[in-house]
Ligand binder design. Structure first.
Ligand SMILES: Cc1cc2nc3c(=O)[nH]c(=O)nc-3n(C[C@H](O)[C@H](O)[C@H](O)COP(=O)(O)O)c2cc1C
Length: 259
């Protein structure tokens, strides 16, 4: 039996990989984007150029994501009728009804195996793919992400990971379909944030929305049962009074812990 070690720090340091230079970046420009991103509830009647939305989606899909399995989808709702319907399913909130563009970010935990197979095919197409990479997608992901039909593997995985965890550090999740949902939503949420920052960098605004009827939204988009709506995001230019208040956060010492 091949013994698979997921992470091997000494081998990683010793291996010769190509050097990827880090370009010089503009921290000031980045913090301007972060500081000026606000959730906008009322948008101006100014359209968003198509290429701006496309660039922001492109940026979103460059977000880090678990195992690079990319279990996300962006549904850009462009037809006027569907947009009106979607705004209604976003409970008629002004952030949706006044939006120039509406997108729905969808978590697809159910697509892990399809993407895993695509990843293996991709690795096969690259010359000199390290054996470790194949091991990861041919063995490890298939153990970690496979929860069995209706999640029946859960008790077995729980016993296995718990017993293993007595003697060494062991991943505890995902061992259920609910964990798989969390797993896919984490990845998709990073795409959401990247999208909103990209929109701001382009001079446009956004509002994330989870105040919606997920069942109706899924029906509208033709999504299967296991798909999950991470959030809808509206986009446009802020109207006067479109931001309801000054940004407020609790003191940072309530949230930042140093160990
Ligand atoms: C997951 C998520 C869901 C949200 N849902 C809504 C929503 O349905 N409607 C809305 O007006 N704002 C929504 N917001 C925006 C938050 O209310 C907003 O981010 C928060 O008040 C902080 O304001 P800021 O984004 O301007 O910094 C949501 C934000 C997140 C991250």
């Amino acid at each position: 039996m091949v013994k698979v070690k997921v992470f091997d720090s000494s081998a990683a340091k010793a291996s010769k990989r190509q050097v990827m230079e880090a370009p010089t970046t503009d921290a000031g420009a980045f913090y301007d984007v972060v500081d000026s991103r606000r959730s906008v509830r009322i948008y101006a009647d100014e359209p968003v150029p198509e290429e701006v939305v496309r660039r922001a989606m492109d940026a979103a899909l460059k977000a880090p994501n678990s195992s690079n399995l990319q279990v996300w989808e962006i549904h850009w709702v462009r037809s006027a009728e569907k947009k009106a319907e979607l705004a209604k399913y976003c409970l008629g909130q002004p952030a949706a009804t006044t939006a120039q563009e509406l997108l729905v970010f969808v978590a697809r935990p159910d697509l892990w195996r399809r993407n895993n197979n695509r990843m293996i095919a991709h690795l096969r197409s690259i010359p000199k793919t390290p054996e470790k990479a194949f091991q990861y997608f041919e063995k490890i992901t298939k153990i970690v992400y496979n929860q069995g039909p209706f999640g029946v593997f859960r008790p077995f995985k729980w016993i296995w990971f718990t017993v293993r965890g007595w003697s060494k550090p062991t991943p505890r999740e995902p061992i259920s379909l609910a964990h798989m949902d969390v797993w896919a939503h984490k990845t998709t949420a990073l795409a959401c944030q990247t999208f909103m920052l990209a929109a701001r960098a382009e001079g446009y605004d956004s509002c994330p929305m989870e105040g919606l009827d997920s069942k109706r939204v899924k029906q509208l988009l033709g999504l299967p049962r296991r798909a999950g709506i991470t959030m809808a995001i509206s986009m446009g230019k802020r109207a006067e009074g479109g931001i309801y208040n000054e940004r407020f956060r609790f003191p940072q010492e309530d949230f930042i812990y140093e160990h």
